[in-house]
Design a protein around this ligand. Structure first.
Ligand code: MOS
Length: 731
């Protein structure tokens, strides 16, 4: 087949669903209405650990409009079959209302269902729950760590011994919450033994399998619909207990039930980025060549599930290091289970490694970029595999030039503007390129328009738009004549909308399906005696704006419409698929960045203001430059939050989260976000996937926090080995 012209891919298009979003026509989970819908409000445990000894719901049930109060004392026993095709971590998932145990502060202990939301809320306040409370353990230092996951290459002790410079640094990273704009919500509706849910989820298929195993239903009896997701950052990567509560409430009351978590409930109902303690010991020779790195990582998990994340990669492959050891421990606490949050793993590891490298550079009197260049590995030293593409050196060069790195003052605390100390910092970022099996269905109609269906979500990166771009080029159609349909389990299956793998995985399936349909059309034409393309070699036919023609001879051809009409075809269709990553990789695949930040720190008040951030990305091919820029800006904003603001605070006396709201849990607002700039290196990664993309969503956040932390050091001469870097830490 001749290569298709690329008209849509690479064009800086606005979102195809932008109009729906700004006019309020895009419907989010809680905005779906089924006739007769009633409202559910969850009652959360007010103790951090213990047992429920009594629940008195009589006053609540006497209220007008109240249909039912469900709790462990009256809830039906649910099958909760094992779910192997899920993101549930090892352990036993929380089974709602199945026993009297309280495992964390905020655990659902009852649900009130009423005909109006107000009636349900009021009734919930009238339910009396009595507890036998125990002292919860919620402090990382006080928990008993699980057996570590370990890794070693070379001899770390020997490597540290022979080092000319040794650093032994311990970093604390606060717990962070996703805080997407849209609250988690579910509308659940049973028809007979079939369940339909409109749910906020980043994984349609995952929520479908979870509900089917909880209620022991055939997969086909559960339909999950989620056409729009108002931000996720990872919080929607598994099906959480509240979704089961909604389905259970709907089954018991035989009514469609709407359940919306309030802002406070998002803090204990849907996971978080775990708090970490991360010790890094490293050694280098006098010239800055690393001799050893020893990583010791502890983070919280719940008492009932062991959540882990891919934190080990950067420490093994980002820099050439002959001797590496890693010990990664989870610490079970009386908390709800964490989950991945943007850049999960590397956003933590890179903060530590990149901060430590900055200390090393300072100690050696080396430029931080030069130090990184001296440790640039020729291959992935953890696997011995060659890089597919790794263009960090170019990221450094371009970033340094664009940012004006040569204006950075080498001596910390030496640049001042009035009350403000000014500093510049940089860091590298990395995130592995993941791909998983995906499918898509493509139909080209006789009117020359096409519909593509796939069960992927779009939590905001612009999946509707970027997939439309891929489909339009592969079909030879304009953007306007292609309709993407997402977010329904009736559509072909896709992997989780996370881990930066949607473009590679779903995009490759869409590409495959569209190529198949185009091939069918071309074959039909060249074998049709009445077609102007009759007898032409199929490889010489291209399609542009819905018209098939001989490559290099646009005059000879016809439109899809003409072709299909003459052949009495209502449509052509095909199923596209992508197998995902091969069983054994032959290359080490990662996306990279170099991130630069400039900060101003008030010398007396300790306030940090980010003045500029620049990211230069090696992320493979960029399908949708305008949306890619938005992704990068979002990652930078997330990184500013991680660096300076975000911190979930727990009252360890009873496990209560004390800042479970957007007034006290600080996220960056416009005034915190300065001049941002994103540059993507041109190119593609041919080893990664048919589209040549390496993934964007995660890598754009990795590296931002350490660049800011390093800039704070350059401004103030103070090393703060904690996130967030708050004003107190700088006083
Ligand atoms: Mo992202 S943490 O994979 O939603």
């Amino acid at each position: 087949m001749s290569p298709q012209p690329q008209a849509a891919v690479g064009a800086p298009l606005s979102r195809v669903d932008g109009r729906l979003k700004v006019t309020g026509q895009a419907r989010y989970a809680a905005e779906h209405d089924v006739k007769g819908t009633v409202h559910a409000v969850i009652i959360d445990a007010s103790i951090g650990r213990g047992r429920i000894t009594a629940i008195d719901s009589r006053k609540a049930e006497a209220q007008p409009g109240v249909l039912r109060v469900i709790h462990h004392g009256n809830a039906p026993r649910l099958p909760y079959k094992e779910n192997k095709a899920s993101n549930n971590p090892p352990g036993t998932r929380l089974q709602v209302f199945q026993d009297d145990m309280v495992r964390f502060h905020g655990q659902p202990v009852a649900v009130v269902i009423a005909t109006t939301l107000e009636a349900a809320q009021h009734a919930a306040s009238l339910v009396d729950v009595e507890y036998d409370a125990e002292q919860p353990t919620t402090e990382l230092d006080k928990g008993k760590p699980d057996k570590p996951t370990t890794y070693a290459r070379g001899d770390v002790d020997a490597g540290l011994r022979k080092a000319d410079v040794r650093l032994d640094l311990t970093y604390r990273l606060a717990r962070n919450h996703h805080n997407a704009m849209e609250p988690h919500a579910t509308v659940a509706h049973w028809t007979g033994n079939k369940l339909t849910v409109w749910d906020k989820t980043q994984w349609i298929v995952g929520t479908q399998t979870e509900l089917s195993t909880v209620f022991d239903l055939p997969l086909t009896s559960v339909r999950v619909i989620s056409p729009f997701v108002g931000g996720g950052f990872g919080s929607g990567l598994r099906c959480w207990p509240h979704t089961v509560v909604a389905a259970l409430a709907a089954r018991v009351t035989r009514r469609p039930v709407k359940l919306v978590l309030n802002r406070k409930q998002q803090y204990f109902a849907t996971g978080f980025r775990p708090e970490y303690e991360y010790r890094l010991r490293l050694g280098s020779d006098r010239r800055g060549r690393l001799t050893a790195m020893a990583h010791d990582m502890d983070h919280e998990t719940s008492s009932y599930e062991t959540f882990t994340e891919g934190i080990l990669d950067p420490g093994r492959m980002l820099y050439s290091t002959p001797n590496v050891s890693q010990a990664y421990r989870t610490v079970p606490l009386d908390v709800n289970t964490p989950i991945w949050m943007r850049g999960p793993g590397p956003a933590t590891a890179s903060y530590v490694i990149e901060s430590a490298l900055d200390e090393l550079a300072d100690r050696l009197g080396l430029d931080p970029i030069e130090l990184r260049r001296r440790n640039e590995p020729d291959e992935d030293e953890s696997s011995g595999l060659p890089w597919s593409t790794r263009r960090l050196r170019e990221c450094y060069t371009m970033g340094a030039r664009e940012f004006g790195w040569d204006r950075r003052s080498k001596k910390p605390r030496s640049r001042r503007e009035g009350d403000w100390l000014i500093g510049m910092g940089m860091a590298a970022g990395v995130y592995h390129t993941a791909r998983m099996p995906a499918e898509a269905r493509v139909r080209l109609d006789a009117d020359g328009t096409a519909v593509v269906e796939t069960a992927a979500s779009d939590m905001g990166p612009g999946t509707y738009t970027s997939q439309t771009q891929v489909a339009a080029d592969a079909l030879g159609l304009t953007i306007r004549t292609v309709t993407l349909k997402l977010g329904d389990s009736l559509y072909p299956q896709t992997p989780p909308h996370g881990g930066s793998m949607t473009m590679a995985s779903v995009g490759s399936a869409v590409l495959d399906g569209c190529n198949k349909v185009r091939h069918q059309a071309v074959k039909l034409a060249v074998e049709d005696e009445n077609s102007p393309l009759y007898g032409v070699n199929a490889d010489d036919v291209v399609v542009r704006s819905g018209r098939l023609h001989v490559q290099g001879n646009p005059a000879r051809g016809e439109t899809y419409r003409q072709l299909l009409a003459r052949n009495d075809r209502t449509h052509l269709d095909a199923n596209g698929s992508y197998a995902g990553a091969p069983g054994t990789e032959r290359h080490s695949l990662h996306a990279y960045n170099a991130t630069f930040a400039e900060v101003a720190v008030d010398a007396t008040l300790g306030l940090v203001r980010v003045r500029r951030v620049l990211g230069v990305y090696d992320a493979g091919r960029i399908i949708s430059p305008k949306l890619a820029e938005s992704q990068a800006f979002g990652g930078m904003v997330g990184g500013i939050g991680q660096a300076l603001l975000e911190h979930t605070v727990t009252d360890h006396r009873d496990g209560r989260i004390v800042n479970a709201n957007l007034a006290d849990y600080l996220v960056p607002v416009n005034a915190d976000v300065p001049d941002l700039k994103a540059i993507y290196l041109d190119g593609e990664d041919r080893e990664a996937d048919p589209l040549g993309v390496k993934g964007l969503g995660e890598v754009v956040m990795v590296g931002v926090a350490p660049a800011i932390a390093n800039a704070v050091f350059n401004a103030t001469g103070r090393r703060v080995r904690q996130l967030p870097i708050n004003a107190e830490a700088l006083l």
